[in-house]
Design a protein around this ligand. Structure first.
Ligand SMILES: *Cc1c(COP(=O)(O)O)cnc(C)c1O
Length: 364
């Protein structure tokens, strides 16, 4: 069977070049006589793979020297707990922006460790936009400010970085970047902590990336398990226990590829082109509809509805017949969702748009 155009929100498509290289190296990595999966994580081959992956990520994202890169497990969902365990640091309350389902989950978990002040919420409009910072009620004594720059389910993206300088620079900014990391350049120095599950834009499921400023490490709430203390992982080069070695290897191949393609500025250009093709198709039609406010339309996850939900199944079947798969919307939103992460080629989006136009002509 041919490879499909996979529009899944996650686990998502991986670049074909990466899969091919992994295939070629699967049973015997660079002539060392074994698979990366079989290597000791403390052996020199594997240590080299992980060090290179970290170096390439640091270069791609421009991560300053006073930040640690941690390769963890447990998904972004574990970070919903690990962040508060590590960052409340004796303070009473943390600030959260609520822009959708993932924000809500992060808030729910933080409430187990301290108070939460919701600085602003877009629930009034069914999470179809993000409140601008002038509407946020920030607490100058907050332990940290947490937000979700891209809500994967709602398709709501925030393209500006919150400015906490007014708070005397004392309050660190924390971002769940699971579905936006590596899609465009960001200024890491504006953040105290960034986390992301790998299975959207980094690599396979099972790896979770944390980028954390050093001074925020080491003040966990009492009773925090060793494995949930960032210090455990930062002091041991993410090798306190066995890291997800194969996932880190694949992520490393992705980082290399993105560098070879010109880095994150190039990714942003391509991602804007791809998302533009799809939004233009939606806007030009009276048949498809995007619920998201224009300034918050995600580059990565694009939910849309058809004029008549009774046509959804025919749409999905027609798409599938053209090798366009995983377009069904999240069960909470219904309709369709096309995820256009870095690994989705422009041709995949063009094929989707062509199909959508034809479907509209046939059923509009
Ligand atoms: C997918 C996703 C999560 C959950 O990630 P897991 O790795 O499955 O725990 C959390 N936040 C956002 C923004 C996501 O897209």
């Amino acid at each position: 069977m041919e490879r499909l155009y996979n529009f899944s929100a996650g686990p998502a498509a991986l670049p074909l070049e990466v899969l091919q290289q992994a295939r070629d190296e699967l049973v015997n990595w660079q002539g060392c006589g074994m698979s990366v999966m079989e290597m000791s994580h403390r052996g020199k081959e594997y240590m080299g793979i992980q060090a290179q992956a970290e170096a390439d990520l640091r270069e791609l994202m421009g991560i300053p020297a006073n930040y640690k890169v941690l390769f963890l497990q447990g998904g972004a969902s574990s970070q919903f707990a690990m962040v508060p365990m590590n960052l409340y640091r004796g303070k009473a309350s943390a600030d959260f922006l609520n822009t959708g389902e993932w924000s809500k989950k992060a808030i729910h978990e933080a409430l187990k460790y301290g108070a939460v002040n919701v600085v602003a919420s877009s629930e009034d409009k069914n999470f179809t936009y993000a409140p601008t910072q002038d509407a946020w009620k920030l607490d100058p004594n907050a332990a940290y400010v947490h937000y979700t720059p891209n809500e994967t389910i709602g398709g709501v993206e925030i393209f500006w970085t919150p400015d906490l300088a007014k708070l005397a620079g004392e309050v660190p900014l924390v971002a769940d970047m699971s579905s936006t990391i590596l899609s465009r350049p960001i200024d890491v120095s504006k953040f105290g902590l960034i986390y992301a599950g790998a299975q959207k834009n980094i690599g396979p499921a099972g790896l979770t990336l944390v980028i954390v400023r050093e001074d925020l490490i080491g003040q966990v709430v009492p009773g925090t398990p060793t494995m949930f203390d960032y210090r455990t992982h930062s002091e041991n080069g993410s090798m306190y226990n066995t890291p997800p070695t194969y996932g880190i290897y694949i992520a490393g191949l992705v980082f290399k590829l993105l560098k070879a393609k010109g880095g994150l500025a190039e990714m942003e250009k391509t991602n804007r082109l791809k998302a533009g093709l799809l939004y233009d198709c939606i806007d030009a039609s009276g048949f498809y509809h995007s619920p998201v406010a224009r300034e918050n339309r995600s580059l990565m996850n694009i939910p849309f509805t058809l004029k008549d939900a009774a046509l959804d199944e025919a749409f999905l079947n027609g798409a599938k017949a053209r090798n366009l798969v995983q377009l069904k919307g999240h069960r909470l939103s219904g309709g369709m969702r096309a995820s256009l992460y870095n690994a989705m080629p422009v041709e995949g989006v063009r094929a989707l748009v062509e199909f959508m136009q034809e479907f509209e002509r046939a059923h509009g």
